[in-house]
Design a protein around this ligand. Structure first.
Ligand SMILES: *Cc1c(COP(=O)(O)O)cnc(C)c1O
Length: 431
């Protein structure tokens, strides 16, 4: 135990195996959410599809369903192997970087929560008679007038704010985004251009959330999207799993005992990777192995789980700075809700040094002509080291996976990128 904590304190890159993980069926039985809750979220997103197409015509090709491609990375795999990764099996990129509306994984959870709130509000106010009604009524002048009297607020390091801000403003709400010091300027500019109000803070993510929550709670007409505790965000993210399962099927890819699935998920407060992990565990059980990835200077989920303190501890408590170029992962304290669940389900964690992020970014761009943002690049530490790290190898051995790795499927979850403006891309590509 102590040894890991010392390495974490030293900001070393490491692979941490979760000692508390239990078999999937047992873990899922101890969790308050179920497959029915995910199905409910999926159905709600389908009800809203006509409205999504109305406000975001770029989603028409997908019938108003916001979903991302799953792309095999043969060339990137070769690049990683040239550098000694010894990765076997197939490597894929889940390109949430290209999700419509807000260009990051937050277009799942964030959009979903705003829609759920909207449905509740619309039924309460008689705009919709019920869930069988025509959801295009929500774009009527009468409906928009109701929404304009309501606020939606959120605290964010950037991408959640973009998702909530863009969707809320589009529906007619007064959208207020409380942005931490880590938030990139272009994200603030873009939000303001879409009609959201951006409040800037000198402090970190925790401070922005705290202030946003206080302001929202003081206003009965305001709804706060609580990234640290939100069931709606969690379920919105979880929907990704069933969609990816269908993509595997369409591409003829089997996931079973002999074809294990490894998923590498960049983690901030934990909601996005936690929701995706929950969804995947429901569908693939013990055949899926979910690893979170955090920056060495800001591994909040790792610190919470390794110490057992969950959200009662933050990275600063063990002497880490919490500072990272990966703005989407710049969260010093994990979600308590997510910690409790991931303690049961998550395979483990990789930590990554900031210096690697731009390297992966350039290599992916060069080998595959795909651009993703630095936070998303963190995912590649998984495929780069799962076959060579001693702790990762022990995990494979103990779970009798070694002889199955030739048929493994690896998915790096690209959590953001398509909305990064060209001038920022150029800077990052130059290094
Ligand atoms: C938000 C975000 C994450 C992590 O999501 P959490 O819910 O905060 O754990 C990862 N990558 C990017 C690019 C993000 O914006």
């Amino acid at each position: 135990m102590k040894e890991y904590l010392d390495r974490i304190k030293n900001a070393e890159e490491l692979c941490w195996i979760n000692p508390c993980r239990v078999p999937a069926a047992e873990g899922l039985s101890q969790i308050d959410f179920s497959a029915d809750d995910v199905a409910d979220a999926e159905a709600r997103l389908e009800r809203f599809a006509p409205l999504i197409m109305h406000y975001f015509p770029e989603t028409r090709g997908d019938g108003g369903i916001i979903e991302s491609p799953l792309t095999e990375l043969e060339d990137m795999k070769a690049v990683l192997n040239e550098e000694g990764a010894r990765l076997t099996g197939r490597l894929f990129l889940k390109r949430d970087s290209d999700l419509k509306v807000s260009g990051s994984v937050k277009a799942r959870g964030g959009v979903y929560e705003v829609l759920k709130h909207t449905e509740d509000l619309a039924i309460e106010n008689g705009i919709l008679t019920g869930i069988g009604d025509d959801y295009l009524k929500l774009a009527s002048e009468e409906a928009r007038k109701v929404f304009s009297r309501h606020k939606v607020q959120v605290g964010s390091t950037g991408n959640l704010g973009m998702s909530i801000g863009i969707m809320s403003a589009a529906l007619g709400y007064e959208a207020i985004v409380h942005m931490s010091m880590d938030a990139k300027q272009w994200k603030k500019d873009l939000l303001r251009a879409r009609g959201a109000i951006v409040v800037e803070y000198e402090g970190d993510y925790g401070a922005a959330v705290e202030q946003g929550r206080a302001e929202s709670d003081a206003d009965p007409m305001s709804y706060f999207v609580d990234d640290e505790n939100s069931a709606a965000l969690f379920l919105g993210y979880a929907v990704a799993a069933g969609r990816m399962k269908r993509q595997f099927k369409a591409q003829g890819i089997e996931i079973d005992q002999n074809h294990p699935l490894f998923v590498y998920l960049p983690c901030g407060v934990g909601g996005a990777p936690g929701g995706v992990t929950f969804g995947l565990k429901l569908l693939f059980g013990d055949n899926v192995h979910c690893f979170f990835v955090e920056p060495v200077n800001c591994p909040c989920m790792l610190v919470g789980l390794e110490t057992g303190e969950m959200n009662n501890i933050c990275v600063q408590d063990i002497g880490l700075s919490g500072r990272t170029e990966a703005d989407g992962l710049a969260v010093g304290r994990p979600s308590g809700l997510i910690c409790q669940m991931m303690n049961l389900l998550m395979a483990g964690e990789f930590t990554v040094d900031d210096s690697r992020l731009n390297e992966y970014l350039r290599k992916l761009y060069k080998s595959e002509n795909l651009y993703i943002e630095p936070s998303a690049c963190a995912a590649f530490i998984g495929p780069a080291t799962i076959s060579i790290d001693e702790d990762a190898k022990r995990y494979l051995r103990q779970n009798e996976l070694e002889d199955k790795m030739a048929d493994a499927v690896h998915v790096a979850w690209a959590t953001g990128g398509s909305m990064v403006p060209q001038y920022v891309r150029n800077e990052l590509l130059r290094g």
